[in-house]
Design a binder for this molecule. Sequence first.
Ligand SMILES: *[C@@H]1O[C@H](CO)[C@@H](O)[C@H](O)[C@H]1NC(C)=O
Ligand SMILES: *[C@@H]1O[C@H](CO)[C@@H](O)[C@H](O)[C@H]1NC(C)=O
Ligand SMILES: *[C@@H]1O[C@H](CO)[C@@H](O)[C@H](O)[C@H]1NC(C)=O
Length: 348
Amino acid sequence: MQWATLAAAALFAQNVAAQGTMLRFACSQLVVERTDPLVNPGMKYTPHLHQIVGGNSFNVTMDPNNDPATQSTCTSCSFLQDKSNYWTAVMFFKSKNGSYTRVPQVGNGGPQGKLINNGGLDIYYLPNGKMTAFKKGFRMLAGTASNTDPKKVKLSNICHRCWTSTSEANFVGAQPCSGSDTVEIPSDPKCKMIRQTIIFPACWDGKNLDSPDHQSHVAYGNQGGASGGGACPSTHPVKLPQIMYELMWNVTNFADKSQWPTDGSNPFVYSMNLGGPAAHGDYVFGWEGDSLQKAMDNNCNLNVDCPKAGLKAQQPAQYNACTKKQQAVEQVDGWLQALPMGEPAIKA
Ligand SMILES: *[C@@H]1O[C@H](CO)[C@@H](O)[C@H](O)[C@H]1NC(C)=O
Ligand SMILES: *[C@@H]1O[C@H](CO)[C@@H](O)[C@H](O)[C@H]1NC(C)=O
Ligand SMILES: *[C@@H]1O[C@H](CO)[C@@H](O)[C@H](O)[C@H]1NC(C)=O
């Protein structure tokens, strides 16, 4: 892929951020379950299924006064200092026989080579000038889980891209959420992987760690895409690091169109039983102390140790070993008669 060399990496970094550096790291799967401490605190078997990564203090309820950085004993993300939680909906393939199966998640390669992980996703913290890191207790939501109207989603914030090869060497493309990227989930048997990108607002009101809709305390800046976010509006003047989630859904096994729904509907849906316009991501900040602020101030780069900020990169075997048992226990793998919604799912 085009970001495989350092030169290309520098080019990309130049495009995305003036400093030419960015944190970019892998997180393996912590758990896949129907919980959501941000939108549905206290609820087991939330309305839809999530895939969750990060610190193992993730719980059905997460009181903002409790610090994940001190409550977690491990993190499924590369940096030992990052006990944040990151979660999204889960993609399913719907067969013409009405059964569903979860689409496998794989790590994406990158400028620094393959990000080895066990499920999970890649996280970016993109810089843009002087930033203020999130405070303890901060959380936010990007996207709208019930949205069915693609026009209500800004393509430069949340998008999908069809990869016609699982080989990173063959990937050619521009910046995330540009060009032929789509709000809808691509449905083309030529796609081997579907890359989902979720870019969070990077401007904060400077007061509220959260808001009733988990969105109004933050805002997008004047630049879309993986740009660092641009200048902030006067209502939300505090510039944050720009968080981007990158998920690779491996659809290689679902290319046989004879198995696709006969009504012509997209065989790929998110766990809300909705498509791309409903894509969303949740974030609960949990970096130790001021480690994220130091990481941004010292231009820590990619997924390697950054001594100036005290960041320690774990080996994949370490972070892959950080997992949690489902608290909302149910079958989420194999062929399911129905999506895990409402009552616990039944195995087909
Ligand atoms: C999760 O919450 C339950 C009940 O509130 C509590 O008993 C349990 O210790 C918590 N687990 C973690 C890992 O914080
Ligand atoms: C439904 O179809 C898939 C292939 O699309 C197959 O693997 C699965 O076993 C089928 N399930 C049932 C219950 O027939
Ligand atoms: C994607 O899935 C295919 C089919 O199961 C598998 O052969 C391939 O190794 C997977 N690719 C990655 C990058 O995991």
